[in-house]
Ligand binder design. Structure first.
Ligand SMILES: [Zn+2]
Length: 377
């Protein structure tokens, strides 16, 4: 073991004290009147073993016992400030370490001396994602997934590119107008990150089986498909719960973005949400019936920066589901982001309904558990 202060955490040694970090929740100040902690911290550069560090400190401060030095190192470890520089990645090559360098630095914020930051990147590289929709939200989400290093992605859409898409669909080019979005997404993602194995399906979802066929064999689902407006969520829900796959789903309203996540067998599903709304809000069912009767379709007022905010929030939630670092925030909850104020709040939450017929259809072995926490690495 070769302890190293994490490169992402700045350390400032000011005479009698050490300031570590600069963000709330990370920053700490350690009094150091003798200068021994400063010497220890400065010596933790990833080149010295624990025994080396004890020797270095005791050479200048012979009165400090070995146990006290090891206790100090363990205290820094418990605060999450240090990592083990001797841990090597098991799969990542030099190319991957360079391409995903900032990712790995970010993941290092969640690891300790005993854990590998590389394992988080490797887990992402190996993870299989289904993406439903590569329009406004989906095309930005696809970019984020490729940038994070999700190397196994299936994307589904049926639409062709129109000129009006280009106020927010940054993945495409005007010369692609009239082309299938999935095929243009494949072309662009191959250029952006050739390590991504993107398989595409041109399909207009018309029933749960269409979704099931697409997602079967993958591990996580991101749903931003929004047509037909009132039915797509139910079809996707039925397929995702049956397959037992965790999902993040969301959409853009005029001035707000909404998203939720679910783990079949652990959290409630969309049907559970609808049932709980019907139970708590007597107007809800009447409104739903009215909208179905008028074949409700939402007008699109999505502008690029707002789409980017929601796409980022949704991919962050997915990252939390996949890695467990930190915990997901939207499991069984509808989160709403106000694009004007950037306030993010929970607007409703729902539990798994024990009589929900959809939830009963899940293949998830999580159904037997009661935990709603993501499984860490
Ligand atoms: Zn349910």
């Amino acid at each position: 073991m070769k302890p190293k202060f994490k490169e992402t955490i700045p350390v400032f040694c000011w005479g009698n004290e050490i300031q570590i970090g600069e963000e709330d929740g990370v920053a700490g100040i350690i009094p150091d009147p003798s200068g021994s902690i400063t010497l220890l911290v400065q010596s933790m550069n990833g080149k010295h073993t624990l025994d080396d560090l004890v020797q270095i400190v005791q050479k200048q401060f012979p009165e400090i016992p070995r146990e006290d030095i090891l206790t100090s190192i363990q205290a820094l470890n418990q605060e999450g400030y240090i990592e083990d520089a001797s841990i090597e990645p098991s799969q990542l090559k030099d190319y991957d370490r360079e391409r995903y360098k900032a990712n790995i630095n970010f993941f290092s914020l969640f690891t300790s001396l005993e854990e590998s930051k590389y394992a988080i990147q490797e887990k992402i590289n190996n993870c299989k994602i289904s993406l439903l929709g590569v329009g406004g939200l989906g095309s930005q989400i696809l970019y984020h997934l490729a940038a994070l290093g999700f190397h196994n992605i299936r994307a589904l859409d049926f639409d062709r590119l129109e000129l009006s898409n280009f106020n927010r669909q940054l993945l495409y080019s005007e010369s692609d107008v009239g082309q299938l979005k999935t095929e243009m997404a494949l072309k662009r993602i191959n250029q952006f990150n050739p390590n991504v194995n993107l398989s595409i399906t041109n399909c207009k979802i018309g029933k749960p089986e269409d979704v099931y066929q697409h997602i079967e064999g993958t591990e996580y689902v991101v749903c931003v498909a929004d047509k037909p407006t009132l039915y797509i969520q139910n079809w996707v829900n039925e397929a995702v719960v049956k397959a037992g796959l965790p999902m993040v789903s969301g959409g853009v309203l005029n001035t707000r973005g909404r998203f939720y996540s679910m783990i079949p067998g652990e959290t409630g599903c969309v049907q559970c949400h609808v049932d709980s709304k019907k139970h708590s809000d007597h107007q809800f069912e009447r409104q739903l019936n009215f909208m179905e009767g008028m074949d409700f379709q939402r007008n699109n007022a999505a502008i690029s920066p707002n789409v980017a905010i929601l796409a980022g929030a949704m991919v962050n939630e997915l990252l939390k589901l996949v890695t467990g670092f930190p915990k997901p925030i939207a499991l069984g909850k509808m989160m709403e982001i106000n694009f004007f104020t950037l306030d993010t709040k929970e607007i409703s939450r729902w539990e798994k309904n024990s009589t929900c017929p959809i939830c009963h259809s899940t293949r998830s072995n999580r159904a037997k558990t009661t935990s709603t926490e993501a499984t860490p690495l």
